[in-house]
Design a binder for this molecule. Structure first.
Ligand SMILES: [Zn+2]
Ligand SMILES: [Zn+2]
Length: 429
């Protein structure tokens, strides 16, 4: 929790930032037709149904009101400020995808995500749904960021664009906008008139497709006939191609690596026996899937059910970890690009698609793309005190800070202090 006088301090910092950089604050396409929402520093509520009729008013709002969090609708309305959803006059909604490590497992969470159970006082690290000791669902969590999970999220966005949206949906890269959320993820927004007309159900179908949920291997051609298993019939399009490519990728690894991937409990979880059969069949199988006229996938020990299970795991590996409701719900507000994220002090950073490969949110060398806006040219150190039981290690700009324990008084550079204060794990002293 952020201490009240630190809230005032952070708000002043944000305000000074907006004053200085206001001409850089991007204007979202057709902003006059969008609904804005803001969470102020003083209370945890979203002030919604706000509209702006000029860039000046919009920008002045950031300077005068200086929100802790700023959001804008993906939808377009005739009257975005109308309090009543029906009265807004919905005109369509950009297609958005949200990829946030809050919603899926990454190994680094075992190091940097901490949970406490208020019920039985158990605590630990990693991503758990409930207290492993007493079963309580409501846990206090301290979630953190590192290069690893942010890289995983970034790669999901890249995969989404280049292995799904462009090849399978023929979407136009020039109409896509990628944004680093300022905390644990990325947003992708496509501003295309045709896509704006998609209904919620149609968006759900796109999501189903990119996650691979509900995929039927039978429809792709997998079948058992006369004791043999036959693989996919059309191997050059859509999911069939993606799965085949993934199988090839595995088959081309050295045996030891294949073994470790296939027995990995978090991935394929195959028994040692099945893996041995798989390895014996390896060269044959590679020939079969690389040829166009045979698709006999018969493999000792692999029943139709075992194939289904294995393919299902492949789909999980290939599919994209999107936050499903964000794409389906056409009345969602998403973070305003160029605004500051009140839980980190980082900028919600737009990234050109040419730059996404090399973009590093926590260590970006290109000033224009750097979300860490509170780093000072001169070294300004700040003294703060840790107020959470444990604070994980933070690595920003190539330097590591922490881990810290409650009560520790530390001297850190300005941008680290802002981050720890925004995260609510420290107070100024
Ligand atoms: Zn418990
Ligand atoms: Zn991480």
């Amino acid at each position: 929790m952020i201490i009240m006088h630190d809230e005032k301090y952070l708000k002043r910092l944000f305000q000074a930032y907006y004053k200085e950089k206001i001409s850089d604050l991007s204007l979202v396409d057709l902003f006059e037709h969008r609904e804005f929402g803001f969470i102020p520093w003083e209370k945890q509520i979203m002030l919604r149904h706000i509209g702006f009729n000029s860039a000046l008013n919009l920008r002045n709002h950031f300077i005068r009101n200086t929100p802790k969090h700023a959001y804008v609708s993906a939808s377009l309305y005739n009257q975005p400020e109308n309090q009543d959803m029906q009265g807004k006059g919905y005109q369509g909604c950009d297609l958005i995808f949200d990829i946030d490590v809050d919603h899926f497992y990454t190994p680094c969470k075992e190091d940097h995500d901490i949970w406490y159970c208020n019920e039985c006082e158990e605590n630990g690290r990693g991503m758990v749904n409930k207290c492993p000791k007493c079963g309580k669902l409501k846990l206090k969590r301290l979630t953190w960021i590192c290069n690893d999970c942010l890289d995983i999220a970034k790669n999901e966005i890249i995969k989404l664009i280049y292995t799904f949206l462009i090849p399978d949906f023929n979407m136009d890269i020039k109409k896509m906008k990628i944004t680093f959320s300022g905390h644990r993820g990325y947003h992708l927004k496509t501003e295309d008139e045709k896509l704006r007309a998609l209904s919620s159900e149609e968006r759900r179908e796109i999501v189903d497709y990119v996650t691979g949920e509900n995929i039927s291997f039978e429809i792709l051609g997998l079948q058992e006939k006369g004791g043999n298993i036959f693989g996919f019939s059309k191997e050059t399009i859509g999911w069939s191609r993606k799965i085949i490519e993934k199988i090839k990728e595995i088959l081309k690894k050295p045996n030891l690596e294949i073994e470790s991937v296939l027995t990995d409990r978090r991935k394929y979880n195959l028994s040692q026996n099945l893996v041995e059969n798989f390895l014996n069949f390896k060269d044959n199988f590679l020939n079969i899937i690389e040829s166009n006229n045979i698709n006999n996938w018969t493999l000792v020990g692999f029943s139709l059910m075992a194939w289904n299970k294995f393919l299902r795991r492949l789909v999980t590996e290939i599919g994209i970890e999107v936050d499903i409701p964000v794409t389906i719900d056409t009345h969602r507000l998403i973070r305003y690009p160029g605004s500051l994220h009140g839980s980190t002090g980082f900028k919600v950073q737009e990234i050109f698609h040419d730059d996404i490969d090399v973009f590093k949110p926590l260590d970006e060398s290109n000033e224009i793309l750097d979300p860490i806006v509170f780093k000072s040219e001169k070294i300004i150190n700040q003294k703060i005190e840790i107020i959470e039981p444990l604070v994980p290690l933070t690595k920003i700009k190539g330097e590591s800070w922490g881990p810290y324990k409650q009560g520790e008084k530390i001297v850190v550079p300005h941008h680290i202090a802002v981050f720890l204060l925004c995260k609510g794990v420290a107070k100024t002293i």
